[in-house]
Design a binder for this molecule. Structure first.
Ligand SMILES: Cc1cc2nc3c(=O)[nH]c(=O)nc-3n(C[C@H](O)[C@H](O)[C@H](O)COP(=O)(O)O)c2cc1C
Length: 407
Protein backbone atom coordinates (compact mmCIF):
# COMPACT_ATOMS: atom_id res chain seq x y z
CA UNK A 1 0.00 0.00 0.00
CA UNK A 2 1.39 3.42 -0.90
CA UNK A 3 1.97 6.11 1.68
CA UNK A 4 -0.32 9.00 0.77
CA UNK A 5 -1.68 12.09 2.43
CA UNK A 6 -5.14 11.12 1.16
CA UNK A 7 -4.93 8.12 3.41
CA UNK A 8 -3.97 9.96 6.60
CA UNK A 9 -6.46 9.79 9.46
CA UNK A 10 -8.44 12.83 10.48
CA UNK A 11 -10.91 13.64 13.22
CA UNK A 12 -14.00 15.58 12.32
CA UNK A 13 -16.81 16.47 14.70
CA UNK A 14 -15.39 13.96 17.17
CA UNK A 15 -15.37 11.10 14.62
CA UNK A 16 -12.14 9.43 13.59
CA UNK A 17 -11.84 8.77 9.90
CA UNK A 18 -9.07 6.74 8.29
CA UNK A 19 -8.74 8.92 5.20
CA UNK A 20 -9.67 12.19 3.49
CA UNK A 21 -11.62 10.95 0.51
CA UNK A 22 -15.20 12.17 0.13
CA UNK A 23 -17.69 10.77 -2.36
CA UNK A 24 -19.62 13.92 -3.25
CA UNK A 25 -23.41 13.95 -3.55
CA UNK A 26 -24.35 12.67 -7.00
CA UNK A 27 -28.01 12.43 -7.86
CA UNK A 28 -28.99 9.25 -9.66
CA UNK A 29 -32.62 10.27 -10.29
CA UNK A 30 -33.51 6.66 -9.67
CA UNK A 31 -35.68 6.67 -6.55
CA UNK A 32 -39.16 5.20 -6.26
CA UNK A 33 -42.17 7.34 -7.07
CA UNK A 34 -42.66 8.19 -3.40
CA UNK A 35 -38.97 9.07 -2.96
CA UNK A 36 -37.44 5.94 -1.48
CA UNK A 37 -34.24 4.20 -2.57
CA UNK A 38 -34.89 1.89 -5.52
CA UNK A 39 -32.79 -0.85 -7.12
CA UNK A 40 -30.37 1.42 -8.96
CA UNK A 41 -30.04 3.68 -5.93
CA UNK A 42 -28.98 0.70 -3.87
CA UNK A 43 -26.61 -0.51 -6.56
CA UNK A 44 -24.86 2.88 -6.69
CA UNK A 45 -24.40 3.19 -2.96
CA UNK A 46 -23.27 -0.38 -2.47
CA UNK A 47 -20.59 0.24 -5.11
CA UNK A 48 -19.63 3.39 -3.21
CA UNK A 49 -19.55 1.42 0.05
CA UNK A 50 -16.72 -0.74 -1.34
CA UNK A 51 -14.66 2.30 -2.32
CA UNK A 52 -12.80 2.90 0.92
CA UNK A 53 -13.92 6.57 1.04
CA UNK A 54 -14.02 8.07 4.53
CA UNK A 55 -17.20 10.03 3.81
CA UNK A 56 -20.09 9.11 1.55
CA UNK A 57 -22.15 12.25 1.02
CA UNK A 58 -25.62 11.05 0.09
CA UNK A 59 -27.21 12.89 -2.84
CA UNK A 60 -29.80 15.69 -2.81
CA UNK A 61 -32.82 14.38 -0.92
CA UNK A 62 -35.97 16.48 -0.85
CA UNK A 63 -37.71 17.58 2.34
CA UNK A 64 -41.03 18.50 0.67
CA UNK A 65 -42.83 16.93 -2.32
CA UNK A 66 -43.10 20.22 -4.21
CA UNK A 67 -39.35 20.81 -3.79
CA UNK A 68 -38.28 17.65 -5.68
CA UNK A 69 -36.07 18.29 -8.71
CA UNK A 70 -37.49 15.32 -10.61
CA UNK A 71 -40.15 12.68 -10.05
CA UNK A 72 -37.49 10.16 -9.04
CA UNK A 73 -35.49 12.41 -6.72
CA UNK A 74 -35.11 10.90 -3.29
CA UNK A 75 -37.55 12.35 -0.77
CA UNK A 76 -37.33 11.40 2.90
CA UNK A 77 -40.72 10.99 4.53
CA UNK A 78 -42.63 8.57 6.78
CA UNK A 79 -43.30 6.20 3.87
CA UNK A 80 -39.74 6.09 2.59
CA UNK A 81 -37.63 6.26 5.74
CA UNK A 82 -37.33 2.47 6.00
CA UNK A 83 -35.75 2.24 2.56
CA UNK A 84 -33.13 4.81 3.64
CA UNK A 85 -32.57 2.91 6.88
CA UNK A 86 -31.93 -0.40 5.20
CA UNK A 87 -29.64 1.25 2.63
CA UNK A 88 -27.57 3.08 5.26
CA UNK A 89 -27.25 -0.18 7.24
CA UNK A 90 -26.15 -2.02 4.11
CA UNK A 91 -23.63 0.69 3.17
CA UNK A 92 -22.04 0.46 6.61
CA UNK A 93 -22.10 -3.33 6.73
CA UNK A 94 -20.58 -3.58 3.25
CA UNK A 95 -17.90 -0.99 3.99
CA UNK A 96 -16.97 -2.69 7.24
CA UNK A 97 -16.54 -6.06 5.62
CA UNK A 98 -14.79 -4.80 2.46
CA UNK A 99 -12.69 -1.94 3.87
CA UNK A 100 -12.54 -2.59 7.61
CA UNK A 101 -14.35 0.56 8.75
CA UNK A 102 -17.68 2.34 8.54
CA UNK A 103 -17.64 5.59 6.56
CA UNK A 104 -19.55 8.66 7.65
CA UNK A 105 -22.77 8.83 5.68
CA UNK A 106 -24.11 12.36 5.41
CA UNK A 107 -27.43 13.13 3.76
CA UNK A 108 -27.93 16.28 1.70
CA UNK A 109 -31.36 17.74 2.45
CA UNK A 110 -32.70 20.02 -0.22
CA UNK A 111 -35.51 22.17 -1.54
CA UNK A 112 -34.97 22.55 -5.29
CA UNK A 113 -36.61 25.98 -5.52
CA UNK A 114 -36.27 27.30 -9.07
CA UNK A 115 -35.42 23.81 -10.33
CA UNK A 116 -38.40 22.02 -8.81
CA UNK A 117 -39.92 19.51 -11.25
CA UNK A 118 -41.89 17.15 -9.02
CA UNK A 119 -43.93 15.75 -11.90
CA UNK A 120 -41.28 16.00 -14.58
CA UNK A 121 -42.17 19.45 -15.89
CA UNK A 122 -40.87 22.71 -14.40
CA UNK A 123 -42.83 24.05 -11.43
CA UNK A 124 -40.32 26.65 -10.22
CA UNK A 125 -40.63 28.01 -6.71
CA UNK A 126 -38.40 31.05 -6.89
CA UNK A 127 -36.88 33.45 -4.38
CA UNK A 128 -37.35 36.30 -6.86
CA UNK A 129 -38.06 36.80 -10.55
CA UNK A 130 -34.78 36.76 -12.45
CA UNK A 131 -34.50 37.50 -16.16
CA UNK A 132 -31.24 35.60 -16.36
CA UNK A 133 -33.26 32.42 -15.95
CA UNK A 134 -36.61 33.42 -17.25
CA UNK A 135 -35.78 34.91 -20.64
CA UNK A 136 -37.60 32.83 -23.24
CA UNK A 137 -39.38 30.83 -20.56
CA UNK A 138 -41.87 33.49 -19.53
CA UNK A 139 -44.79 31.11 -20.02
CA UNK A 140 -43.66 28.85 -17.18
CA UNK A 141 -45.81 28.99 -14.01
CA UNK A 142 -43.39 30.79 -11.64
CA UNK A 143 -44.36 30.79 -7.99
CA UNK A 144 -42.52 33.38 -5.96
CA UNK A 145 -42.23 31.77 -2.52
CA UNK A 146 -43.94 34.15 -0.10
CA UNK A 147 -42.65 34.75 3.41
CA UNK A 148 -45.29 32.51 4.94
CA UNK A 149 -44.21 29.58 2.74
CA UNK A 150 -40.54 30.21 3.45
CA UNK A 151 -41.11 30.38 7.19
CA UNK A 152 -42.77 26.93 7.07
CA UNK A 153 -39.73 25.27 5.51
CA UNK A 154 -37.68 24.96 8.70
CA UNK A 155 -40.31 22.60 10.13
CA UNK A 156 -39.93 20.39 7.03
CA UNK A 157 -36.17 20.35 7.66
CA UNK A 158 -36.74 19.46 11.30
CA UNK A 159 -39.06 16.59 10.33
CA UNK A 160 -36.62 15.34 7.70
CA UNK A 161 -33.73 15.58 10.18
CA UNK A 162 -35.62 13.43 12.66
CA UNK A 163 -36.25 10.81 9.96
CA UNK A 164 -32.63 10.98 8.80
CA UNK A 165 -31.52 10.32 12.37
CA UNK A 166 -33.90 7.33 12.54
CA UNK A 167 -32.46 6.10 9.24
CA UNK A 168 -28.96 6.00 10.72
CA UNK A 169 -27.30 8.84 8.83
CA UNK A 170 -24.28 10.35 10.61
CA UNK A 171 -24.81 13.88 9.46
CA UNK A 172 -27.12 16.33 7.76
CA UNK A 173 -26.19 18.77 5.03
CA UNK A 174 -28.50 21.78 4.81
CA UNK A 175 -27.79 22.33 1.14
CA UNK A 176 -27.03 25.90 0.09
CA UNK A 177 -25.53 25.65 -3.37
CA UNK A 178 -25.99 25.33 -7.14
CA UNK A 179 -28.91 27.76 -7.37
CA UNK A 180 -31.39 25.78 -5.28
CA UNK A 181 -33.72 27.65 -2.95
CA UNK A 182 -31.41 28.65 -0.09
CA UNK A 183 -28.60 29.55 -2.48
CA UNK A 184 -30.94 31.63 -4.64
CA UNK A 185 -32.11 33.54 -1.58
CA UNK A 186 -28.50 34.67 -0.99
CA UNK A 187 -28.79 36.94 -4.03
CA UNK A 188 -32.34 38.17 -3.29
CA UNK A 189 -31.14 41.72 -2.72
CA UNK A 190 -34.26 43.22 -4.34
CA UNK A 191 -36.76 40.95 -2.58
CA UNK A 192 -39.02 42.68 -0.07
CA UNK A 193 -40.04 41.28 3.31
CA UNK A 194 -38.15 39.23 5.87
CA UNK A 195 -36.18 37.03 3.47
CA UNK A 196 -34.73 39.59 1.08
CA UNK A 197 -32.61 42.71 1.01
CA UNK A 198 -30.09 42.72 3.83
CA UNK A 199 -27.50 40.00 4.40
CA UNK A 200 -29.37 39.02 7.59
CA UNK A 201 -32.62 38.58 5.68
CA UNK A 202 -31.11 36.74 2.73
CA UNK A 203 -29.43 34.19 5.01
CA UNK A 204 -32.35 33.97 7.46
CA UNK A 205 -34.00 30.84 6.06
CA UNK A 206 -30.71 29.00 5.74
CA UNK A 207 -29.76 29.70 9.35
CA UNK A 208 -33.30 28.94 10.54
CA UNK A 209 -32.93 25.50 8.98
CA UNK A 210 -29.43 24.96 10.38
CA UNK A 211 -30.87 25.77 13.83
CA UNK A 212 -33.96 23.63 13.29
CA UNK A 213 -31.83 20.64 12.33
CA UNK A 214 -29.45 21.20 15.24
CA UNK A 215 -32.40 21.37 17.66
CA UNK A 216 -33.54 17.97 16.48
CA UNK A 217 -30.20 16.15 16.26
CA UNK A 218 -28.25 17.89 19.04
CA UNK A 219 -24.71 16.54 19.14
CA UNK A 220 -25.72 13.09 17.96
CA UNK A 221 -25.35 13.94 14.27
CA UNK A 222 -23.02 16.21 12.34
CA UNK A 223 -24.67 19.37 11.04
CA UNK A 224 -23.01 20.66 7.91
CA UNK A 225 -23.66 22.35 4.57
CA UNK A 226 -22.61 22.23 0.97
CA UNK A 227 -22.13 25.91 0.37
CA UNK A 228 -21.69 27.94 -2.79
CA UNK A 229 -18.75 30.25 -2.17
CA UNK A 230 -19.92 32.37 -5.10
CA UNK A 231 -22.43 31.97 -7.90
CA UNK A 232 -20.24 33.42 -10.67
CA UNK A 233 -23.18 35.20 -12.30
CA UNK A 234 -22.88 38.89 -13.15
CA UNK A 235 -24.07 41.28 -10.46
CA UNK A 236 -26.92 41.52 -9.37
CA UNK A 237 -27.99 38.03 -10.49
CA UNK A 238 -25.85 36.02 -8.15
CA UNK A 239 -24.16 36.32 -4.84
CA UNK A 240 -20.42 36.39 -4.28
CA UNK A 241 -19.63 38.61 -7.25
CA UNK A 242 -18.89 42.34 -7.05
CA UNK A 243 -20.18 45.06 -9.38
CA UNK A 244 -17.12 44.65 -11.61
CA UNK A 245 -17.78 40.94 -12.02
CA UNK A 246 -14.97 39.77 -9.74
CA UNK A 247 -15.40 37.00 -7.20
CA UNK A 248 -16.04 38.50 -3.78
CA UNK A 249 -15.92 36.02 -0.91
CA UNK A 250 -16.84 38.46 1.84
CA UNK A 251 -20.41 37.16 2.24
CA UNK A 252 -19.30 33.51 2.07
CA UNK A 253 -16.83 34.34 4.84
CA UNK A 254 -19.56 35.96 6.91
CA UNK A 255 -21.72 32.86 6.45
CA UNK A 256 -18.92 30.48 7.41
CA UNK A 257 -18.08 32.66 10.43
CA UNK A 258 -21.67 32.42 11.66
CA UNK A 259 -21.77 28.67 10.96
CA UNK A 260 -18.56 28.21 12.95
CA UNK A 261 -20.15 30.06 15.89
CA UNK A 262 -23.09 27.67 15.61
CA UNK A 263 -20.72 24.72 15.99
CA UNK A 264 -20.53 23.70 12.31
CA UNK A 265 -17.07 22.16 11.94
CA UNK A 266 -17.23 20.70 8.43
CA UNK A 267 -18.12 22.58 5.23
CA UNK A 268 -18.26 21.28 1.67
CA UNK A 269 -17.29 24.12 -0.67
CA UNK A 270 -18.57 24.42 -4.21
CA UNK A 271 -19.38 27.26 -6.60
CA UNK A 272 -21.21 28.20 -9.78
CA UNK A 273 -24.42 26.81 -11.18
CA UNK A 274 -24.73 23.46 -12.96
CA UNK A 275 -27.63 24.57 -15.16
CA UNK A 276 -26.30 27.72 -16.83
CA UNK A 277 -22.54 27.58 -16.24
CA UNK A 278 -21.79 23.92 -15.46
CA UNK A 279 -18.08 24.22 -16.36
CA UNK A 280 -17.56 26.38 -13.23
CA UNK A 281 -18.40 23.68 -10.70
CA UNK A 282 -17.39 20.71 -12.82
CA UNK A 283 -14.62 21.50 -15.28
CA UNK A 284 -15.15 19.35 -18.36
CA UNK A 285 -14.18 18.85 -21.99
CA UNK A 286 -16.18 20.73 -24.69
CA UNK A 287 -16.45 23.68 -22.33
CA UNK A 288 -16.45 27.45 -22.89
CA UNK A 289 -13.22 27.67 -20.88
CA UNK A 290 -10.15 25.48 -20.52
CA UNK A 291 -10.80 23.06 -17.67
CA UNK A 292 -7.52 24.07 -16.04
CA UNK A 293 -8.85 27.62 -15.67
CA UNK A 294 -11.82 26.19 -13.80
CA UNK A 295 -9.53 24.07 -11.63
CA UNK A 296 -7.51 27.15 -10.73
CA UNK A 297 -10.68 29.07 -9.80
CA UNK A 298 -11.83 26.25 -7.50
CA UNK A 299 -8.33 26.07 -5.99
CA UNK A 300 -8.14 29.80 -5.28
CA UNK A 301 -11.65 30.11 -3.84
CA UNK A 302 -11.29 27.05 -1.61
CA UNK A 303 -7.83 28.07 -0.41
CA UNK A 304 -8.97 31.60 0.43
CA UNK A 305 -11.77 30.22 2.60
CA UNK A 306 -9.52 27.64 4.27
CA UNK A 307 -6.97 30.37 5.00
CA UNK A 308 -9.69 32.44 6.67
CA UNK A 309 -11.03 29.49 8.68
CA UNK A 310 -8.15 27.18 9.58
CA UNK A 311 -10.23 25.47 12.28
CA UNK A 312 -13.11 24.55 9.99
CA UNK A 313 -12.64 21.29 8.08
CA UNK A 314 -13.05 22.10 4.40
CA UNK A 315 -13.96 19.72 1.57
CA UNK A 316 -12.93 20.72 -1.94
CA UNK A 317 -15.09 19.96 -4.98
CA UNK A 318 -14.47 19.46 -8.67
CA UNK A 319 -11.52 17.08 -8.46
CA UNK A 320 -12.43 14.72 -11.29
CA UNK A 321 -11.01 16.83 -14.13
CA UNK A 322 -7.35 15.75 -13.76
CA UNK A 323 -8.46 12.23 -14.77
CA UNK A 324 -5.63 9.74 -14.24
CA UNK A 325 -3.90 12.34 -12.05
CA UNK A 326 -6.97 13.16 -9.94
CA UNK A 327 -5.76 11.45 -6.77
CA UNK A 328 -2.30 13.03 -7.07
CA UNK A 329 -3.87 16.43 -7.64
CA UNK A 330 -6.08 15.97 -4.58
CA UNK A 331 -3.01 15.16 -2.50
CA UNK A 332 -1.36 18.36 -3.66
CA UNK A 333 -4.42 20.37 -2.53
CA UNK A 334 -4.36 18.86 0.95
CA UNK A 335 -0.57 19.27 1.19
CA UNK A 336 -0.86 22.95 0.17
CA UNK A 337 -3.50 23.65 2.80
CA UNK A 338 -6.34 24.22 0.32
CA UNK A 339 -8.66 21.73 2.02
CA UNK A 340 -8.80 18.94 4.57
CA UNK A 341 -10.82 16.52 2.43
CA UNK A 342 -10.84 15.81 -1.30
CA UNK A 343 -14.31 15.50 -2.81
CA UNK A 344 -14.90 13.52 -6.01
CA UNK A 345 -18.13 13.58 -8.01
CA UNK A 346 -18.16 12.17 -11.55
CA UNK A 347 -15.21 9.88 -10.81
CA UNK A 348 -17.44 7.98 -8.35
CA UNK A 349 -19.92 7.12 -11.10
CA UNK A 350 -17.23 6.07 -13.56
CA UNK A 351 -14.74 4.36 -11.27
CA UNK A 352 -15.87 3.89 -7.68
CA UNK A 353 -12.81 1.74 -6.89
CA UNK A 354 -10.34 4.46 -7.85
CA UNK A 355 -9.10 5.16 -4.33
CA UNK A 356 -8.42 1.50 -3.55
CA UNK A 357 -6.54 1.13 -6.83
CA UNK A 358 -4.55 4.25 -5.99
CA UNK A 359 -3.65 2.88 -2.57
CA UNK A 360 -2.64 -0.44 -4.03
CA UNK A 361 -0.58 0.76 -6.99
CA UNK A 362 -0.07 4.53 -6.69
CA UNK A 363 -2.03 5.18 -9.86
CA UNK A 364 -5.49 5.20 -11.39
CA UNK A 365 -6.39 2.97 -14.33
CA UNK A 366 -6.59 5.17 -17.40
CA UNK A 367 -9.17 2.86 -18.91
CA UNK A 368 -11.52 3.37 -15.99
CA UNK A 369 -11.25 7.09 -15.11
CA UNK A 370 -14.02 9.56 -15.85
CA UNK A 371 -13.66 11.13 -19.30
CA UNK A 372 -15.33 14.41 -18.23
CA UNK A 373 -17.68 14.05 -21.19
CA UNK A 374 -20.82 15.12 -19.25
CA UNK A 375 -22.85 12.15 -20.44
CA UNK A 376 -23.97 11.56 -16.84
CA UNK A 377 -25.44 15.06 -16.84
CA UNK A 378 -27.04 14.52 -20.25
CA UNK A 379 -28.82 11.50 -18.81
CA UNK A 380 -30.05 13.50 -15.84
CA UNK A 381 -31.22 16.42 -17.98
CA UNK A 382 -33.08 14.13 -20.33
CA UNK A 383 -35.26 13.01 -17.44
CA UNK A 384 -33.90 9.54 -16.84
CA UNK A 385 -31.54 7.88 -14.38
CA UNK A 386 -27.98 9.18 -14.05
CA UNK A 387 -24.79 7.13 -14.12
CA UNK A 388 -21.80 6.65 -16.40
CA UNK A 389 -22.82 5.23 -19.79
CA UNK A 390 -19.16 4.91 -20.80
CA UNK A 391 -17.52 3.17 -17.85
CA UNK A 392 -20.64 1.52 -16.44
CA UNK A 393 -22.07 0.90 -19.87
CA UNK A 394 -23.93 -2.32 -19.25
CA UNK A 395 -26.37 -0.50 -16.99
CA UNK A 396 -26.38 3.07 -18.31
CA UNK A 397 -25.68 2.87 -22.07
CA UNK A 398 -29.19 1.52 -22.80
CA UNK A 399 -30.63 4.57 -21.04
CA UNK A 400 -28.26 6.87 -22.93
CA UNK A 401 -29.29 5.35 -26.27
CA UNK A 402 -32.98 5.53 -25.46
CA UNK A 403 -33.25 8.93 -23.76
CA UNK A 404 -30.37 10.96 -25.22
CA UNK A 405 -29.43 9.56 -28.64
CA UNK A 406 -32.93 8.61 -29.80
CA UNK A 407 -34.61 11.76 -28.55
C1 LIG B 1 -25.05 13.62 -12.51
C2 LIG B 1 -24.67 14.57 -11.40
C3 LIG B 1 -25.44 14.63 -10.25
C4 LIG B 1 -25.08 15.53 -9.22
N1 LIG B 1 -25.85 15.58 -8.08
C5 LIG B 1 -25.51 16.44 -7.09
C6 LIG B 1 -26.27 16.47 -5.88
O1 LIG B 1 -27.21 15.71 -5.65
N2 LIG B 1 -25.90 17.41 -4.95
C7 LIG B 1 -24.83 18.25 -5.12
O2 LIG B 1 -24.53 19.06 -4.26
N3 LIG B 1 -24.09 18.18 -6.25
C8 LIG B 1 -24.39 17.30 -7.22
N4 LIG B 1 -23.60 17.22 -8.32
C9 LIG B 1 -22.31 17.95 -8.36
C10 LIG B 1 -21.17 17.03 -7.89
O3 LIG B 1 -21.33 16.69 -6.53
C11 LIG B 1 -19.79 17.70 -8.06
O4 LIG B 1 -19.73 18.88 -7.32
C12 LIG B 1 -19.46 18.00 -9.52
O5 LIG B 1 -19.68 16.89 -10.34
C13 LIG B 1 -17.99 18.45 -9.65
O6 LIG B 1 -17.11 17.49 -9.10
P1 LIG B 1 -16.30 16.45 -10.02
O7 LIG B 1 -15.40 17.28 -10.88
O8 LIG B 1 -15.54 15.61 -9.06
O9 LIG B 1 -17.30 15.70 -10.82
C14 LIG B 1 -23.95 16.35 -9.37
C15 LIG B 1 -23.18 16.28 -10.53
C16 LIG B 1 -23.53 15.41 -11.54
C17 LIG B 1 -22.65 15.34 -12.77
Amino acid sequence: MIDTILNTPVTVCGRNLPNRVVFQPMEGCDGTKDGGADELTRRRYLRFAKSGAGIIWFEATAVTPEGRANPRQLYINENTVDSFKSLVEDIKRTALSECGFEPLVIVQLTHSGRFSKPSGTPEPIVAYRNELWEKGKESQPYTVADDEYLSSISSSYAAAAKLAMDAGFDGIDVKCCHGYLFNELLSATEREGSYGGSFENRTKLFFECIDAVRNVVGDKLIVTTRLNACDCFPYPYGYGVDKDGNIDLSEAEKIIGILACKGVELINITLGNPYLIPHINRPCINSPEDGNVGMERIYNVTKALKDSFPDVKIISSGLTFPGENAAGYAEKLIAEGVCDFAGFGRMTFAYPQFFRDYLASGKLDKNKVCLKCSKCTELMRSGTVAGCPVRDSEVYMPYYKKFVLNK
